[in-house]
Ligand binder design. Structure first.
Ligand code: ADE
Length: 259
C-alpha cells in the first residue's frame, strides 16, 4: 500500500493534529493511507524557558525564530524517517523535500499537489512571528511555497491546505478513485454542477437529462456543463484545456456574450 508521511515543524502541533484528525484526512490516517507527525519546535528550545524567538539584528518590529531549535527539530524528524526506513528494501526516497510556507514562495496549485503526491515523506516548516533566521532556511529548505497573495499569521494553515490537497490524491484516500481525477482542475476544466433529491425544490428542478438514464447523453452533458462553467467562471483556465473544435466554439460564444 502506498502511504504518504507528512511531518510538520510547528509551534502549534495541536492545530495540525486537530485539523488533520477530522473528516476525510482523519479517516485516511486511521486507514494508514497517510500519517501526520506534528513536531513542536519548542521542544528543541535548548533552554528552560522554552524561548524559540529573539530580537532581529538591525532592529525593527517583531521577533525572529531562532535557527538552532528549527535545525534540531529538523534533525529529529530526519532521524525518525531514517529509523523507519531501516530494514526496508527500498530505504525510502531521499532526500526528503522540506517545504517552507511563505508568501514569497511559488504559488500552490493542483499540478504541484500532484507532484508532491508522488513523495513518500514531506517535511513542512511553519514560521511564526516576523520570520525565521535565514541561515537555517538556507541550510534545510528545498521548496518555498505560498498558498496565495495574502499574508497569514503563520504557516500552519497553508501546510494544512497543502496536506489536504495532497492527501486526496493518495490512492485509497477517496472512496472512488475516479472522483479525484474528474473534479475541478483535472484536465483544466471546472466540475459540472451536482444535484440530489428532491427532484423539484422550490421553483427549481433537476435538469431532465440527469433522470434519463442514458449514459452517453449524461457524459456529453457533464462535459458541456464543464466547458460552460469554465468559460463563465474561470476563462483563464481554457487556455490550457484540451477542447474539441465544437467545445472551443461553445466557450468562445459564452465569452463573447460576457464581453
Ligand atoms: N505564511 C504567511 N502567509 C502565507 C501564505 N500566503 N502562504 C504560505 N505561507 C504563508
Amino acid at each position: 500500500m502506498i502511504k504518504m508521511n507528512f511531518h510538520v515543524m510547528t509551534l502549534f502541533p495541536g492545530l495540525i493534529d486537530n485539523a488533520m484528525g477530522e473528516s476525510i484526512t482523519g479517516r485516511a490516517i486511521k486507514a494508514g493511507h497517510i500519517s501526520v507527525n506534528a513536531v513542536n519546535i519548542r521542544d528543541f528550545a535548548g533552554n528552560r524557558s522554552g524561548s524559540v524567538d529573539d530580537y532581529p539584528y538591525g532592529g525593527g518590529a517583531g521577533m525572529v525564530m531562532k535557527a538552532e531549535p528549527v535545525y534540531m527539530c529538523y534533525k529529529h524528524i530526519c532521524g525518525q524517517i531514517q529509523e523507519r526506513n531501516q530494514g526496508t528494501a527500498e530505504g525510502g526516497k531521499l532526500p526528503v523535500r522540506v517545504v517552507y510556507l511563505t508568501p514569497q514562495g511559488r504559488t500552490f496549485c493542483q499540478k504541484l499537489a500532484e507532484e508532491y503526491a508522488g513523495e513518500e515523506d514531506i517535511i513542512f516548516l511553519c514560521g511564526h512571528y516576523e520570520g525565521i533566521d535565514e541561515r537555517v532556511i538556507e541550510e534545510i529548505v528545498t521548496d518555498y511555497v505560498s498558498i496565495g497573495d495574502y499574508v497569514l499569521t503563520g504557516g500552519e494553515l497553508p501546510a494544512l491546505v497543502m496536506m489536504d490537497a495532497i492527501s486526496r490524491l493518495v490512492p485509497g484516500v477517496l472512496n472512488n478513485c475516479i472522483s479525484a481525477q474528474t473534479e475541478s482542475f483535472s484536465g483544466s476544466l471546472l466540475e459540472y454542477p451536482q444535484y440530489t433529491r428532491p427532484e423539484h425544490w422550490r421553483d427549481r428542478s433537476v435538469p431532465p437529462v440527469l433522470l434519463s438514464g442514458n449514459h452517453r447523453k449524461l457524459a456529453e452533458w457533464y462535459r458541456e456543463q464543464s466547458v460552460i462553467r469554465t468559460a463563465l467562471m474561470r476563462p483563464d483556465l481554457l487556455e490550457n484545456a484540451e477542447l474539441t473544435q465544437e467545445e472551443r466554439k461553445l466557450a468562445d460564444s459564452i465569452n463573447n456574450k460576457k464581453n
